[in-house]
Design a binder for this molecule. Sequence first.
Ligand code: MRU
Length: 352
Amino acid sequence: MSGGFETVSLSADKKELVIIDQTLLPGKRVFLSLKTKEEIFEAIRSLRVRGAPAIGVAAAIGIYVCSLDYYQNARDDFEAEIIAAADYIGSARPTAVNLRWAVERMKHTLTSHSGENAEMVLDALLAAAEGIYREDIECSRRIGEYGLPLLRGCSSVLTHCNAGRLAAVKYGTATAPIYLAHENGIDIRVYCDETRPLMQGARLTSFELSDAGIPVTLLCDNMAGSAMRNGMIDAVIVGCDRVAANGDFANKIGTSMVALCAREYGIPFYVAAPRSTIDMDTENGKQIIIEQRDSDEVTDMWFAQRTAPKGIDVYNPAFDVTDASLVTAFITDAGVVYPPFSENLLVVQEVK
Ligand code: MRU
């Protein structure tokens, strides 16, 4: 992989959370060093760091750096301050379960070391945050290894949004099999939906894949059906923010339309998901909370001039739910999961 930058990491002196500011890509590569809970919340909320796995890792490292700051500033109620920071950071976005998962893991680490001296608590939190970071790389790599055989014979795939290295620590999820294919000298062309309204496909996926030397073609979201009908797409791979126990899943708005087109044209539709994205406590897609975002993302954000009348009502859900029935398989870090998902997602959760 090229592009010597990390999406999210702990600074070399282990005092700050470092992220590449994704709101400025592809034009500028600016790195931000964050250490207060307010800065970390803002970075997640405004998508400076985004993508389900990446916000989980950012939260874990963020909670550690906040804890260090509380310790160094001799805050009175050290443990209570950490819990408050964790809950605050965890409330930045509601849909991706990885954020809650990472926050709960850090809180659990804290409670299991509660009452020990502060240095020991800090050591445990650091080990937990570094563990989540390393596991993310490992999960992406395994998703790539399990996904690669599914792409045998495919010369083109379509993806939606960015489930690439910018959405994780390395490799990404949906892009992991593509990066691995590239490492093995096989180039698969990626058709990349621009992904209205926040343009993650145009700004991020087409940037990171072309940066890595992978052939990529950008298309507007409303062109995906036509590309499929014209025989240009051999498979679809997307990432996800939350998989419910029955296999319904939430991902970037527009994903369900892509899945419906894929079904219509007989194209396999794969969903890449680390097991931290599977939420067995959510029975089905109806229970997934969908984040609603500001209207100016639709009317103003990427345009030199407003595209709609002032004051117009705007519907701007950040994610949608795709029915399990449209999914060919989930590619997880513990193997490929085929229907019936209610049974097989449970099985894959048990794999060590
Ligand atoms: O709003 P975003 O940019 O955080 O949405 C990201 C997505 O929908 C991704 O597809 C998903 O998080 C999977 S990332 C591996």
